[in-house]
Write a protein that binds this ligand. Structure first.
Ligand code: 13P
Ligand code: SF4
Length: 304
């Protein structure tokens, strides 16, 4: 089968088997084309609940598939490629955070959604990059322990200066590779372009950007802007999707190192095998863990 035939077969089978395919915006073009919905982490979690289908295939990383299962425990949820994990989500475990909480008992634990389900059981509220500022502002508590991404935490703390923040040293190894030097070089090379970055980038890169936002926020900004050139400071797939959607505009990547091998590990063949029933991994979570972890996801949806 060629790629087009494979796509047609996936589309036929997903209808026949009542499957909803969700794809994170970092997924490859050919996967986005067969997905029922593509978006950022927050939009995917909202869609997870809304989708009427009995089965969901997540094309993204493990914590995203786990979030779908938490929100829709009655659905059968698959991660299209079982090796796709987010290294940031694995950086901190429950025991570590329980220890930190003992040290700072009057701090509310705000967890980036890029965390394991197990860790979410000891957190108060989840946030995504698109909802973090809004949710932290709405929380009645003043003392915030933001985990695990210190770059996103730093960005949120600057937008919500009225609160006290404690940050730990975690973060996305891919976005952390971009340097202020890359941003200055991009300014010189593309003087008419706007620089749009994800808040997982380091504070010195964020400070040099024209716009900071989640993957979907970056895409919406570029689509709606009157400007014609953009430097994209997040995973390279975003620049690629934008160049298809806005052929009259030019998109450059802030750094050639902005490639997430985990997001890129899912292929169209993985999606096909999962639809057929010979691939992917069904997400199975322990009942007690699900009940505890869901509380902070529900709070995120309520405040987001
Ligand atoms: P979004 O919240 O923008 O979807 O980002 C998720 C992610 O993993 C970024 O690296
Ligand atoms: Fe995780 Fe970073 Fe990859 Fe996003 S880009 S999935 S935060 S490693």
């Amino acid at each position: 089968m060629n790629m087009y035939e494979l796509q047609q077969e996936i589309i036929r089978l997903k209808k026949e088997k009542d499957i909803c395919i969700l794809a994170h915006s970092y997924q490859a073009r050919e996967i986005v084309e067969v997905a029922d919905f593509t978006g950022d982490s927050f939009q995917l979690s909202v869609m997870a609940e809304k989708a009427p289908n009995k089965n969901v295939i997540m094309c993204g990383v493990r914590f995203m598939a786990e979030t779908v299962k938490l929100l829709s425990p009655e659905k059968t949820v698959y991660l299209a490629n079982p090796i796709a994990g987010c290294p940031m989500a694995e950086q901190m475990d429950k025991e570590l955070i329980e220890g930190v909480k003992e040290k700072y008992p009057d701090y509310t634990v705000v967890a980036y959604i890029n965390t394991t389900t197990d860790l979410k059981t000891v957190c108060d509220v989840c946030v995504t990059s698109s909802s973090a500022v809004k949710i932290v502002k709405k929380l009645p508590q003043k003392n915030i322990l933001f985990i695990p991404d210190c770059n996103l935490g730093d960005y949120v703390s600057k937008q919500v200066p009225e609160k006290n923040f404690k940050l730990l040293s975690g973060g996305c190894p891919i976005h952390a590779r971009v340097s202020a030097r890359d941003a200055k070089k991009a300014r010189e090379m593309y003087p008419n372009a706007e620089i749009l970055v994800h808040p997982e980038c380091t504070p010195d890169v964020v400070a040099l950007a024209d716009f900071v936002g989640s993957t979907s926020a970056i895409m919406n900004y570029a689509k709606q802007s009157d400007k014609k050139e953009f430097v994209i400071g997040t995973e390279i797939s975003i620049a690629e999707h934008l160049s298809y959607e806005c052929p009259d505009k030019r998109f450059y990547t802030l750094s050639k190192n902005l490639i997430c091998p985990n997001m890129k590990s899912t292929t169209l063949v993985d999606v096909y095998n999962t639809v057929v029933g010979t691939g992917g991994e069904e997400i199975v979570l322990d009942e007690d863990t699900m009940v505890k972890a869901r509380k902070c996801i529900d709070k995120m949806i309520e405040l987001g």
